[in-house]
Write a protein that binds this ligand. Sequence first.
Ligand code: ARG
Length: 451
Amino acid sequence: GGTAVRGERFSGGPARGFLSSMAADERIFEADLAVDRAHVVMLAEQGIVGDDEAGQILQALNVVEVEEHKELPDGEDVHEAIESKVIAIAGDVGGKMHTARSRNDEVATCIRYRLREDVLAALDAVNDARAALVEVADAEGETLMPGYTHLQSAQPTTVGHWALSYAGALARDADRLLDAYERVNESPLGAAAFAGTPFDVDRDRTAELLGFAGLVENATDAVAARDHLVEVASALASVATHLSGLAEDLVIFANRGFVELDDAYSSTSSIMPQKKNPDTLELVRATAGDASAGLNGLLSTLKGLPRAYNRDLQSATPHVWSTVDAVTEATSVAAGAVATAEWPSEALAEAAGEGFSTATAVADVLAMADVPFRQAHEVLATASEQADGSAPSVDTIAAVVEDVLGESMETYVDEATVADALDPAANVAMRDSVGGPAPEAVASQVANAAD
Ligand code: ARG
């Protein structure tokens, strides 16, 4: 019959392997069976095929499912292979399965069907990482640590405050993924090749059977659209970029003895027996490269395509699969590394005051006593120079105040207030503005993050 003729003319010849998407289609095998079933049920409900015919096709699909897709004929893609198998099992009636549809709406539906579960798995991993960070914030809300800008000692902060900075970023990424999910969760099925069908298909019904929230209405848009893949890859690239910063921080902290990574998240050297290396975090850091490559691969492949299904789209799809796999795995690993890390509080407290990190707070107490901040800044810059980079004594600061401002320090603040500002713990406690590192401000951020 017609299938044989089609098979002979379009066997692919030397380009057969090049045309084939069978290897990548492994991932949408289950999705294709679900899409076939929903389509056939709808065709029967609409009276487009007989109930008995639909029953035979559905039975053949069950056989295909239990017989394992490894035994599928080596077709151009999974859609063609499953259809050939259905025809081989059910006979010519199997050829009715492809009534009122095209592989174009079929593949677009399969990708969305499968991607929904992948986006939800990625979201789970992101939420696990958020929970691990919020737990660190809860446990280490008063654990002092040095805060850096430009990788130089800047102001004392806490481990909890640091952790919450990433929890906030990942909360936005979770929103991005959920938002992208809504666009993924729309059905292109029933669009046929790009121009609809004369059959009285019920697109809402297949959408409902497949659990989609609605339709991609325009038939050409339905088969051509891949911007939902761009959105997913973009949200994942943002996750991976945030995690690369988190991983980089942890690599630096580990190097300075500020964090102790669990052995399960470290590796050793094949030659240097004493080494405990943060390799898992370096691979998390590298995942930002994979995600960026996936997003760019997608966008470059989609650019300039004429509005329709083009076979280029077959090459676009794997970019989103590799991106979602890489980012989900890296996110789970990062969550585990954070959840199991130990924070050596003594070493951290010791380092928190290094490099005159308390200078800003001393300037702040002068400014709170009405010294213009620019002058207070000058006082502390001078005191810092005199102390050669470490924290100056209260006496040194008092002498500089007199020099620069022409009044004794006591005119503005008492010695105890300055001494407090020089103490890293009191220094952190002062910064109780909304979102600041003071323990009560961190506690309120933890409460908001848990909402
Ligand atoms: N394997 C193809 C893909 O992944 C299926 C669609 C084929 N459609 C076509 N008109 N050649 O996109």
